[in-house]
Design a protein around this ligand. Structure first.
Ligand SMILES: Cc1cc2nc3c(=O)[nH]c(=O)nc-3n(C[C@H](O)[C@H](O)[C@H](O)COP(=O)(O)O)c2cc1C
Length: 137
């Protein structure tokens, strides 16, 4: 909606690439949940909408995860949402639970950011990236 999560995803992708990873960035509306096992790791970045719901354009991807066996694929979840709304960042919780249920291996604590990230938030994002990279070594 405001482009915050696109910017955040790009920031994290740049950070991972600088640290030696090969990154594919995809909009969730274009992503295929059944292809995820072909990657070493998955990072979901989501906003929250409609009183604590998964964004409409992420819903098909989210629903497909129920039918996917991630076979231990490493994952982490983050997202910018807003404390001005009820259920702050609940889509981050939904994705975290769903990816665990789909047999993914969570390798970093999920990160919720209130609107635009400040310096401390970006440190938490870097740490999430570090944990994903460490899990792949
Ligand atoms: C109509 C509307 C509903 C929203 N509902 C929630 C919500 O339930 N929980 C939440 O934490 N944030 C909510 N938000 C805030 C957005 O998640 C937040 O602005 C986010 O940073 C937008 O990210 P984006 O610019 O990447 O789309 C809502 C925003 C709007 C405009």
């Amino acid at each position: 909606m405001t482009g915050r999560n696109k910017k955040l995803a790009k920031y994290l992708a740049d950070y991972l690439e600088k640290n030696g990873a090969e990154v594919t960035l995809q909009e969730m509306i274009d992503a295929d949940a059944f292809e995820l096992v072909n990657y070493d790791a998955l990072i979901v970045d989501t906003y929250t909408y409609h009183d604590g719901e998964v964004p409409d354009e992420a819903q098909d991807f989210f629903d497909d995860l129920k039918d996917v066996d991630l076979e231990g694929t490493k994952f982490a979840v983050l997202g910018s949402s807003s404390k001005d709304h009820l259920h702050f960042g609940r889509a981050v919780d939904y994705f975290t639970m769903e990816l665990n249920s789909s047999n993914g291996e969570q390798v970093a604590d999920s990160v919720k950011i209130d609107k635009d990230p400040d310096a401390d938030d970006l440190k938490r994002v870097d740490m999430l990236g570090d944990n994903v990279l460490k899990s792949l070594k």
